[in-house]
Design a protein around this ligand. Sequence first.
Ligand SMILES: Cc1cc2nc3c(=O)[nH]c(=O)nc-3n(C[C@H](O)[C@H](O)[C@H](O)COP(=O)(O)OP(=O)(O)OC[C@H]3O[C@@H](n4cnc5c(N)ncnc54)[C@H](O)[C@@H]3O)c2cc1C
Length: 381
Amino acid sequence: MHDFSSYIGIIGGGISGLTLGCSLRKYGINTVIFEKEPNLHDEGAGISISPNGLIALEHLDLKNELEKSSYKSSKAILKYNNSLLLEMDSPVYTMNRRNLINILYKKFIDLGGEMLFDSELKDIDIEKKECLFTNSSSSKIRHFIASDGIKSLVREKFFSNRSQPIYSGYSAWRGFIRSENPNVEITFSSNKHLVSYPINNDLKRSFTGIIKSNEQVTESWREKGNLETFIEYFEETDNKIHEIFESAEDIYKWGIFVRPPLKSIIKKNITLIGDAAHPMVPFLGQGACIAIEDAYTFGYLCHELKCEFDKVQKMYQLLRLKRDNKIQKISLNQGKLNHLKNPFLVFLRNQLMKKTDIVSNRLKAIHNYDVHEETIKSLTN
Ligand SMILES: Cc1cc2nc3c(=O)[nH]c(=O)nc-3n(C[C@H](O)[C@H](O)[C@H](O)COP(=O)(O)OP(=O)(O)OC[C@H]3O[C@@H](n4cnc5c(N)ncnc54)[C@H](O)[C@@H]3O)c2cc1C
């Protein structure tokens, strides 16, 4: 048995677990991350980080690194099939997810954090404060953080809503192409949409195409898809699609899964963060950003409240639960808007986008959240 009884033990070394690791180590709090995989996640996929996520990363002294490894488009273009709906300033940094994970991991290790790979959690004994791993090792822990993603075992075992992840009705293809297009682009079509953006200065561009479909696809980042099928589905979105996707590298296809919102994300000495607490459909690009907000909040509260976990958890829940559940719900509603089929409703939506500020106002309401300020405000109230 490893004695980490003076450590916060984080189950899962994805974006939320690593961000929390950085946040805790910034204040010298003993932290260990247990990751089931033998090494860091290396799935190549694009990710966009909006200003609300960026603020947290800035407070963790990671903004410069992020800027160096990402691309900042100045414009976002919204289209319906081949015609322009809207052009607006783009507020997001876009990058390869692998780079973000590497930046967070490096920072965590530089700050003196420990990460144990090949450590898949099997069970937790809450009373004894012990966790047991599938490799038969076990560890004594001071407080447990579950950042083990959408399929969270901890959530399933310890939280009241034990339902398994369910297929959302959306399936996605993703991959990379080469393109000189410097903009973020979102193209809507009947019952589908396509998002693409540059991820670096070398003309590499990430794309994600999403359709609403009853045909259920596995929840996996590693399932290969078929380029011809993808092009067939998305032909109407762009009359140059064959040309554009000639340069496509491997293409992956997977099902998007959801879990219903929880009434509580804390239980005894366990706290949920990130997708374990609130998996999100990706239609606002907020899953990782909200996970980063969660992680930053928990780390800062541990520091300010001197790791008195009862107080930390209560304050964390107060700050996070409402916002997490709200963004989860808005993301689902955005999915309905993105996948309209009825020509009259499509017309209405497109007119609203063209003629009002609805899109930028909706985004600003999410992006303007300053996680640092909000946490301080809650501590002084
Ligand atoms: C198509 C798509 C596009 C997206 N685009 C964006 C975007 O542009 N912007 C954005 O903000 N978000 C985006 N997201 C959402 C984002 O990817 C997730 O919200 C984010 O990765 C969640 O991070 P996490 O650390 O909570 O979970 P995960 O990334 O799932 O990490 C969980 C970690 O826990 C480990 N683990 C699991 N079980 C165990 C166990 N039993 N023991 C030990 N370790 C375990 C896993 O191996 C993994 O490393 C997108 C999602 C999808 C599906």
